[in-house]
Design a protein around this ligand. Structure first.
Ligand SMILES: CC(C)(COP(=O)(O)OP(=O)(O)OC[C@H]1O[C@@H](n2cnc3c(N)ncnc32)[C@H](O)[C@@H]1OP(=O)(O)O)[C@@H](O)C(=O)NCCC(=O)NCCS
Length: 173
């Protein structure tokens, strides 16, 4: 089980009991707008479903995703993870409760998780998709040594609309 403790927060798997603080911090239209799979409104049943899924994935032999809670004062204030773990690569994703924005938390969490991905999971490439309007997320990636590799036109469908994305990636070495 992965647990990474810093002076400010703990990265650890989601667990039963996280539901209330997860809902409190993730249920935000701005988080919904900036991401692809997070619903809004985000209800207790969404949290239950998500945590059940995480608990199942953790038991798998070679899980295709790794989802970690960002914990501060025994509350889940954010989440960060690697998805689509395939051979040597994986997709990085994250969100943070708005009360905690602008303190460098995701920059630090992304650094820890990318290091873990390269060193412990043996990945060679970690990539992320970002909507062009999401300057804060692009800054997080740039501060972590990710470089912009492309502009993907009409890359995703959200609310029935086709949206562009930037592709960022970091590779080992
Ligand atoms: C994006 C997000 C994860 C950033 O988390 P955070 O902990 O606040 O980020 P950090 O404090 O580590 O870094 C943010 C950086 O963006 C900068 N920034 C914030 N808003 C900005 C803006 N509108 N324009 C330019 N830069 C901006 C900050 O100044 C900071 O850079 P700096 O350290 O050089 O000053 C958080 O805002 C969030 O959860 N957003 C909604 C969900 C989301 O966007 N997820 C990612 C989808 S790709």
């Amino acid at each position: 089980m992965i647990v990474i403790k810093t002076n400010r927060f703990i990265l650890r798997p989601f667990q039963k009991g996280d539901e209330q603080s997860l809902v409190k911090n993730i249920n935000n239209k701005k988080i919904y707008e900036a991401t692809l799979r997070i619903p809004y409104p985000y209800r207790l049943q969404d949290a239950n479903k998500y945590i059940d899924k995480c608990l199942k994935v953790i038991l798998q032999n070679k899980p295709k995703s790794l989802s970690l809670a960002i914990e501060i004062d025994q509350q889940v204030v954010g989440g960060i993870g690697l998805d689509h773990i395939e051979k040597h690569q994986a997709e990085l994703g994250y969100w943070l409760g708005e009360n905690y924005w602008g303190k460098g938390i995701i920059t630090e969490a992304a650094k820890l998780l990318t290091e873990f991905g390269f060193k412990k999971l043996g990945l060679a490439r970690i990539y992320a998709y970002v909507y062009p309007s999401n300057k804060a997320s692009m800054r997080v990636l740039q501060k972590n040594g990710f470089t912009r590799e492309g502009f993907l036109r009409k890359n995703v469908i959200k609310k029935g609309r086709l949206l562009d994305s930037y592709l960022f990636a970091k590779v080992v070495g």
